[in-house]
Write a protein that binds this ligand. Structure first.
Ligand SMILES: [Zn+2]
Length: 340
């Protein structure tokens, strides 16, 4: 398969021959974008689990495959979307965020919906809208080591209640990136859950346990809402043009920018002004930006470059710091929330 298919196949109550023995066999049997529905105890309500918006983030697929194999009957009707199945099937399997040469599907939920990924995104929005769920979970893995966390587009008590079924931290992401979450009706509780690194067995375990809870619990609210740790108005540190970015413990003379290869250990840690994050090859390099939610560049307010050393200049919490140079260039290096 070399490009994203724009049709979504509809499957009701999948049988064992479709499920196969493993989530990889299941994915191969599906062969493309799929919408699977399972009957719940209460046929008047519906919930949704979205998997594989990114083809190399399999914890959600792994978890729903287990639920389906175990024949768990959900509390409500359940819709399961296997989204970027073509990217996930692009060999080597489960190794591509999106198909080389195509766009990131989870940045295509905005007009114009003209590419294959845009067409697929529009159909995904239609199918979710018609299903009219009472709650939606969009499952992801981080590209580097991280504790699990949730993301919502709106700071509501319902989103906090939903997030607390999964994680302790909830990020309110109010930037216009073209993600699925941004386009859903704000009255539907909906969160993205980043279960942890894509090769982390703990991420698979958390996805299994928490999605099982999501599927079978009578109510979607949790009594632990007050304990949720909010991170609001995050900014992104991005490359302004394509840089050669590498990750190392010492400067790489061939790279425009060397980021310290243990930066993911700082995820969800408060860092002090002066904390070093990497080195530029050119001392006067000026190729990073930090757009805020209004699109204004705040780089110089939060970062210093002295003698080529890239440092934080204000106290901040960073998260989603990647150690993947492709993600660094095509998406962002990290997110951060400055201390007020
Ligand atoms: Zn993702």
């Amino acid at each position: 398969m070399s490009s994203t298919q724009t049709t979504i196949q509809l499957i009701q109550q999948p049988d064992n021959s479709l499920l196969g023995e493993t989530h990889v066999a299941f994915l191969k049997n599906l062969g493309g974008p799929s919408w699977i529905t399972i009957e719940g105890k209460d046929r008047t309500r519906r919930r949704v689990v979205v998997t594989l918006l990114h083809g190399n983030e399999p914890s959600g697929l792994h978890a729903v495959h287990r639920l389906l194999k175990e024949g768990v009957q959900p509390e409500t009707d359940l819709g399961i979307l296997v989204a970027a199945a073509d990217a996930a099937l692009y060999e080597p399997i489960l190794s591509h965020r999106y198909i080389p040469g195509e766009q990131d599907l989870n940045r295509c939920f905005r007009s114009p919906y003209t590419t294959n990924q845009g067409e697929l995104a529009a159909k995904i929005l239609d199918i979710i809208h018609d299903f009219n769920p009472e709650g939606l979970i969009d499952t992801h893995n981080t590209s580097s080591h991280s504790e699990a966390f949730s993301i919502a587009a709106h700071k509501t008590i319902e989103n906090a209640g939903l997030a607390s079924l999964f994680t302790d931290s909830l990020i309110i992401l109010d930037q216009n990136l073209g993600t699925l979450l941004e386009k859903l009706d704000s009255s539907i509780p909906a969160i993205t859950v980043e279960f942890g690194g894509f090769m982390d067995p703990n991420a698979d375990w958390l996805a299994r346990e928490s999605l099982h809870r999501f599927a079978v619990s009578h109510l979607l609210t949790s009594p632990n809402v007050n304990t949720i740790n909010y991170l609001t108005h995050p900014l992104r540190l991005e490359t302004q043009r394509h840089l050669t970015v590498t990750y190392s413990s010492s400067i790489d003379a061939n790279a425009d920018l060397t980021i310290i290869n243990t930066i993911d250990q700082l995820n969800f840690r408060r860092i002090e002004p002066g904390t070093a994050l990497g080195w530029f090859k050119e001392k006067q390099h000026r190729n990073l930006v930090a757009p805020d939610r209004f699109g204004n560049d705040q780089y110089e307010s939060y970062f210093d470059q002295n003698d080529g050393l890239l440092c934080a200049s204000r106290p901040m919490t960073i998260f989603m710091a990647t150690t993947d140079p492709v993600v660094a260039n095509t998406d962002c290096l990290l997110y951060f929330t400055p201390e007020v």
